[in-house]
Design a protein around this ligand. Structure first.
Ligand SMILES: Cc1cc2nc3c(=O)[nH]c(=O)nc-3n(C[C@H](O)[C@H](O)[C@H](O)COP(=O)(O)OP(=O)(O)OC[C@H]3O[C@@H](n4cnc5c(N)ncnc54)[C@H](O)[C@@H]3O)c2cc1C
Length: 338
């Protein structure tokens, strides 16, 4: 890896966000990343630039100013229809070489995970995946990239002092999207695809979503989540009744998933999904760090546990000490009366 001199490093400026475009829409994670990029840009007195690549995306570019972008680079080309991460990687590397961003942020989604490691290799820089915290070191302007390490037992803060750009991915719902400010405006730069970017184009024959993937916990506003304290698949039936009564979805700890009580697509945490719900009700989940990193940004956290001293009970906004098999039926009895 090529180490940059201080003079080389100074040529790099601005915080970039790579927009996530799928199903013809800019995905909400892009707004979350722009919100974080805005904070970083304000701290480093630089600008937020967003790169949008896709087919027919030009109309959407302007909407990104409202979330905090100062400039949008739009690459609109029919060849970017569908999943074209190899072409997008080639284009992004060219743009990085041309404009020299100091930081590049991308969503840790299936698409982002296919795209951004290619870019990191081609641009000869590092990549910190699945960050849960990002800030600027006031001493030297480096990006401080915080993520769980060693199986989530510690939080590590990583910096790349000698390489640019500094690249990081963040999962959806880890950062909060800012309220859009429709009065904000900015600059749009139109860039094109070169034939050399698209020389290895693949042909997508069919795209389909499996039933498992279609179940998306992160869209739920209320999650009733169960852990080892739920004691078995029958316990999850109680949670499903609770969830359907309040219009929510069922989540689970890894202990419950590993025990085979519920499917992996319900798992929340470091090796499951990250959620940011309005209401998260943890039933019989002790709240180990690997679980907390997947749900701690929820607005209101309620915990039900027989042990008042667990990390989950300590962090909850409302902690109910009791047996979940007694507490939940009582809550269900009360709901029609609310
Ligand atoms: C690399 C790695 C990645 C991991 N990734 C994840 C992940 O993504 N998600 C995840 O969840 N974990 C993950 N884990 C596992 C994590 O460390 C914990 O083991 C797990 O979260 C514990 O699940 P739990 O809280 O359900 O079980 P426990 O820690 O056993 O907690 C059960 C709780 O239920 C309570 N309880 C028991 N009976 C009742 C009752 N009748 N009523 C009410 N409360 C009751 C107990 O008091 C206890 O607090 C990971 C671990 C590693 C090493």
């Amino acid at each position: 890896m090529l180490t940059l001199t201080d003079a080389d490093r100074k040529q790099y400026e601005n915080i970039w966000v790579v927009a996530e475009v799928s199903s013809g829409r800019i995905q909400p994670v892009t707004h979350e990343l722009i919100g974080k990029a805005r904070e970083l840009a304000d701290a480093s007195k630089s600008q937020v630039w967003t790169v949008v690549m896709g087919s027919g995306i030009s109309q959407m570019a302007e909407s990104l100013f409202a979330y905090g972008s100062d400039c949008v680079i739009a690459v609109d080309d029919a060849r970017l229809n569908g999943i074209q991460d190899e072409i997008e990687a080639n284009v992004l590397v060219r743009l990085i070489r041309k404009y020299k961003p100091e930081v590049v942020l991308c969503a840790a989604t299936t698409k982002g995970r296919a795209l951004i490691p290619r870019v990191a290799v081609k641009a000869d820089c590092g990549l910190t995946a699945d960050c849960t915290g990002l800030s600027i070191d006031p001493e030297n302007g480096d990006l401080l990239q915080t993520r769980p390490a060693f199986g989530g037992n510690i939080m590590a803060t990583i910096r790349s002092p000698k390489h640019r750009p500094q690249m990081a991915t963040v999962r959806p719902r880890v950062m909060k999207a800012p309220e859009p400010d429709k009065s904000r405006t900015g600059k749009i730069i139109k860039e094109s695809i070169l034939d050399t970017d698209a020389d290895k184009m693949k042909k997508i024959i069919e795209i389909f979503q499996s039933k498992e993937a279609a179940f998306n916990l992160s869209d739920a506003r209320i999650i009733i989540s169960g852990g080892r304290g739920v004691k078995g698949p029958e316990g999850f039936e109680l949670l499903k009744r609770f969830a359907s009564k309040v219009g929510g979805a069922v989540g689970a700890s890894r202990a419950a998933v590993d025990a085979g009580w519920i499917g992996y697509n319900h798992q929340i945490g470091q090796t499951g999904q990250t959620v940011q719900t309005t209401l998260y009700i943890a039933c019989g989940i002790s709240g180990q760090i690997q679980h907390l990193v997947g749900m701690q940004s929820s607005d209101v956290i309620v915990a039900i546990d027989i042990n008042p001293d667990t990390p989950m009970m300590q962090m909850a906004d409302i902690a109910i000490v009791g047996d979940l098999f007694e507490v939940i039926p009582e809550i269900l009895n009360e709901i029609p009366k609310l």
